[in-house]
Ligand binder design. Structure first.
Ligand SMILES: [Zn+2]
Length: 137
C-alpha cells in the first residue's frame, strides 16, 4: 500500500523509482506539498497522505544550462549543446523543477512560458538512478 509509506524524501525517491510522482496532502486543510513535507506549513497538521500527480503541467520558468554536472557532460551536453531546466507548474498546483525535454535549448527565444509539458521518468547509470524530466509535445 503506497499510502502507508512514511512521508519523507526517502519514500519520495522510492516512488520516483517506481515512476510515480507523489505529493503529500494535509488531511486537515488539503494543502499539497511537493517535495512532500511531513508537517503542514499552513495549519501545522501532521497527518499527511500521499497523492499521485498526473504528471501534466506547464512551463513556469526555465534556464538553459551550458555547463552542468559530470553526468550531463557524459550525456553529450556542453557549452555548445546546452540543456534546459525549468520550473513546471503541475495541473494539481505544486511547482517542481526538472529537466525540460523536447524544446531546443539553443533557441531560448522560441521557448514560451506556459508550454504544456508531460512528465518523463529518466533512468541513468548502472545504479538506475531515476529522475524526473518534463517533455514538450
Ligand atoms: Zn494543513
Amino acid at each position: 500500500m503506497t499510502e502507508e509509506r512514511e512521508v519523507n524524501s526517502a519514500s519520495f525517491y522510492e516512488f520516483i523509482a517506481e515512476k510515480k510522482l507523489m505529493a503529500s496532502r494535509c488531511s486537515k486543510c488539503q494543502a499539497l506539498y511537493l517535495p512532500p513535507h511531513p508537517i503542514c506549513i499552513k495549519c501545522h497538521g501532521n497527518e499527511m497522505e500521499w497523492v499521485e500527480m498526473k504528471g501534466k503541467g506547464k512551463l513556469a520558468a526555465f534556464t538553459a544550462v551550458a555547463v552542468g554536472q559530470s553526468r550531463t557532460i557524459e550525456e553529450g551536453y556542453s557549452r555548445d549543446n546546452p540543456y534546459l531546466v525549468g520550473i513546471i507548474e503541475l495541473d494539481e498546483g505544486p511547482k517542481v523543477s526538472g529537466r525540460i525535454l523536447g524544446i531546443d535549448a539553443k533557441k531560448p527565444e522560441n521557448i514560451e512560458v506556459g508550454t504544456p509539458l508531460t512528465i518523463e521518468f529518466m533512468e541513468q547509470g548502472e545504479g538506475r538512478n531515476c529522475f524526473v524530466a518534463f517533455k514538450a509535445h
